[in-house]
Design a protein around this ligand. Structure first.
Ligand code: UD1
Length: 368
């Protein structure tokens, strides 16, 4: 029997730390041939290339170079480009991760050509269809052949949607594999020291969701609240390109730049960002991944959203949903040391890639 050709689809910043552990687990398997496909949804050095370097990934084997656009444009461009690749390559399995536009686009293109698709991080639901990521999750999970979930709520959501149970396998949270693989190197970065901070003496901020940064009034209030919070504790804020663009367009950058205790940075490479997270007092975010990483690291997380597709970070972990009026009160409870206790969800143990690899091997009945 020949080797199984596996396409690993990577597209945007939160994908790279999910692809990396799987690539490292599969590369030495005699039955597997991995092909890294980068759609080019994120293309800046600091949103993409630096992550490949930090996560010890080789250059992508195939680059689709689709870039930015409206949702339909971006999705359509990925579909058109990936359909061609699929026809030429005929992979045995296409692995898509997370919930970005490319996840859904590659799934759609591949299943229509009769290719097998597996979704890593399946089953997560915010039940909020105004989020583009929720649409991407629903479509991807409805079509994929294998659904690897990170937590029990994922299994339950899929069952509720009528997915046959034999398609679902709980494998845990693959991002924790990247964190554990790089933990010593993350510590060596000493980013917090280089920036002149003391451990547990600052908050780390990331905000980029359309619901927080795309409307001028909302963004303006958000900036005022950040300045107010920074009077309680310094804030380090690596700014996502979407947010940077809107801060400039809506002329809001000034208020943050002038604030004494707000430190604006460009988006950071993985190891530097994680170093700042490791030593932070708390995170203020609207990212999916950071809600999970803070739960794993036992660091309080304030999530500026109305809902989360990652409820275990609330029921078991360190996460709390906040809004612009309640965030200060929650920050004060962190500063006063009376934030809630937490535990690490089951199978968030740094061994997820091994379980995924075993699942592929058994699904395709591979020998070796
Ligand atoms: C995307 C994902 C989101 C994920 C986020 C993490 C979708 C629908 N959204 O959102 O789920 O949490 O990535 O970062 O797939 N840009 C650059 N340089 C880049 C990438 C983007 O300047 O390398 C600019 C684009 O031109 C665009 C904006 O940032 O104006 C947004 O990029 P886009 O890929 O549309 O979505 P994100 O907001 O990054």
């Amino acid at each position: 029997m020949g080797r199984l050709k596996i396409h690993l689809i990577s597209a945007a910043r939160p994908n790279f730390m999910k692809i990396a552990p799987l690539y490292h687990a599969l590369k030495n398997e005699p039955w597997a041939e991995t092909v890294i496909v980068h759609t080019g949804q994120h293309y800046d050095i600091n949103m993409s290339d630096s992550f490949f370097a930090d996560l010890e990934l080789p250059n992508p084997d195939i680059h689709l170079g689709v870039g930015s656009g409206t949702h339909a444009e971006q999705t359509a461009r990925v579909m058109m480009a990936y359909e061609k690749v699929c026809l030429e390559e005929r992979p045995g399995l296409v692995v898509v991760v997370g919930d970005v536009n490319s996840t859904m686009a590659c799934t759609l293109a591949a299943v229509k050509l009769g290719q097998k698709v597996a979704h890593l991080e399946a089953g997560l639901r915010s039940f909020d269809r105004t989020m583009p990521e929720e649409i991407n999750r629903l479509v991807t999970d409805a079509l994929a052949d294998i659904l690897w979930t990170p937590s029990i709520d994922g299994d339950q959501n899929l069952i509720n949607e009528g997915v046959p149970p034999d398609k679902i396998q709980r494998v845990g949270n693959i991002m924790i594999d990247s964190l554990e693989m790089l933990r010593p190197k993350i510590n060596e970065e000493n980013t917090f020291k280089k920036l002149g901070f003391q451990p547990q003496n600052y908050g780390l901020v990331t905000l980029h969701r359309p619901s927080n940064v795309d409307l001028p009034e909302k963004l303006s209030t958000l900036c005022q609240v950040l300045v107010e919070l920074s009077e309680l504790t310094p804030l380090i804020f690596p700014v996502h390109p979407r947010t940077r663009k809107n801060l400039d367009t809506f002329r809001q950058a000034d208020i943050l730049e002038k604030a004494k205790n707000v430190y604006l940075l460009d988006p950071l490479p993985y190891k530097q960002f994680m170093n700042l997270l490791f030593y932070s007092k708390f995170a203020l975010t609207d990212s999916g991944g950071i809600q999970e990483e803070t739960t794993y690291l036992d660091i309080p997380c304030l999530t500026l959203r109305e809902n989360t597709e990652r409820p275990v970070t609330i029921t078991q972990g360190t996460n709390r949903l906040v809004d612009l009026t309640s965030v200060k009160e929650h920050l004060l409870s962190i500063i006063n040391g009376d934030f809630k206790t937490s535990r690490i969800p089951e199978l968030w143990d740094g061994k997820t890639a091994g379980r995924v690899s075993a699942s592929i091997k058994s699904y395709f009945d591979m020998q070796g």
